[in-house]
Design a protein around this ligand. Structure first.
Ligand SMILES: [Mn+2]
Length: 324
């Protein structure tokens, strides 16, 4: 009944969400594959909201191949019930809440819809045609900085209190998705950060969570040193070995912090067969258009692709497109 809900105010969204839970015995919250702290923080916020209403709720995590930061974050959280592909089939009368993603093939478990017919999608990425139809509610707002920003307002609206560890993860997620309050940051974003501190986020713990191991840092600094610019404002960085897509994303973020750099592209092998490209932009450079030429997707500030082409072909497409 809430099909394709686009919403006037977020409060409408919260009211409608709150009304849905009663129809189900089990509610599962899930996000994209290789979840980051925005995704995980948003899942935890929804989980807290639902369990505060005495409903059975689970956060769906496969737990394989996660970044060190994600593993550390999961280890910091107590008292949350998780579920994975081995036991989700045991749940009956289930509602699935998908956050921070809306393409089935990017879900933590792309087969998860086999287990439940009722689902809700809440996302802040540009709507893709791969968005599944038939949701109980669909809310995609590409002007939101992050999922955590929206979910902070949801917690505030519901008056639900959260553990300091969860508030800390959410604050870290907000910082990651906005690249340190630079992308898509509005007064509502800062207000969300302020609310999270009031909810118990610990700024020192947050730094601790985001801190890299020294080896990783040195390796990344090396990659960045070897990057170069195209057209004076676009940084291009080619990594010499196989890397996790997460590493590409982190380097693309870092490159944006340099003077005069308005966009960044990071290219690396991500397995034996494929290259990954991660792109970031703070303004004029239309990275999404370029990433789409490579068969990828995402938002105008942050997007990426996985490609089965040679490095020289990929570089040629990117450089040619940048030069227009
Ligand atoms: Mn996000």
């Amino acid at each position: 009944m809430y099909n394709d809900y686009t919403g006037d105010t977020v409060e409408d969204l919260f009211i409608k969400l709150d009304r849905m839970y009663d129809d189900y015995d089990n509610i599962v919250v899930t996000g994209h594959s290789y979840p980051d702290l925005d995704c995980y923080g948003a899942c935890l916020a929804v989980y807290k909201r639902i369990t505060a209403m005495n409903k059975d709720c689970y956060v769906y995590l496969e737990g394989n191949g996660y970044s060190d930061i994600m593993n550390k974050a999961i280890g910091n959280v107590d008292g949350v019930k998780y579920i994975n592909g081995d036991n989700i089939g045991n749940l009956t009368n289930m509602l699935l809440i998908v956050v921070d993603v809306h393409q089935v093939d990017r879900l933590e478990n792309s087969q998860i819809f086999d287990f439940c017919k009722d689902f809700v999608i809440i996302d802040h990425h540009i709507k893709d045609k791969k968005c599944p139809k038939g949701s109980k509610m669909l809310y995609i707002n590409n002007s939101l900085s992050s999922m955590v920003e929206l979910m902070t307002y949801y917690l505030d609206y519901s008056g639900v209190s959260i553990d300091s560890s969860i508030a800390t993860i959410m604050l870290a997620g907000l910082e990651i998705d906005t690249n340190g309050y630079n992308l898509k940051t509005t007064s509502r974003t800062y207000k969300a950060a302020s609310m999270l501190v009031e909810m118990g986020a610990d700024v020192t713990q947050k730094q601790e969570l985001l801190k890299d191991s020294k080896d990783d840092y040195v390796r990344r600094a090396d990659y960045i040193k070897n990057s170069y610019t195209v057209n004076g404002n676009v940084a291009l960085c080619v990594l010499p070995e196989i890397n996790k897509t997460e590493t590409l994303a982190e380097i693309a973020d870092s490159l944006l912090t340099f003077d005069n750099i308005e966009a960044s592209f990071v290219i690396s092998k991500i397995n034996d067969l494929e290259y990954g490209v991660s792109a970031r932009s703070i303004g004029e450079v239309d990275i999404l258009k370029i990433i789409r030429k490579l068969g990828g997707g995402g938002s105008t500030t942050s997007c990426g692709a996985k490609i089965n082409k040679s490095l020289s072909e990929i570089k040629k497409i990117i450089i040619k497109s940048i030069k227009g």
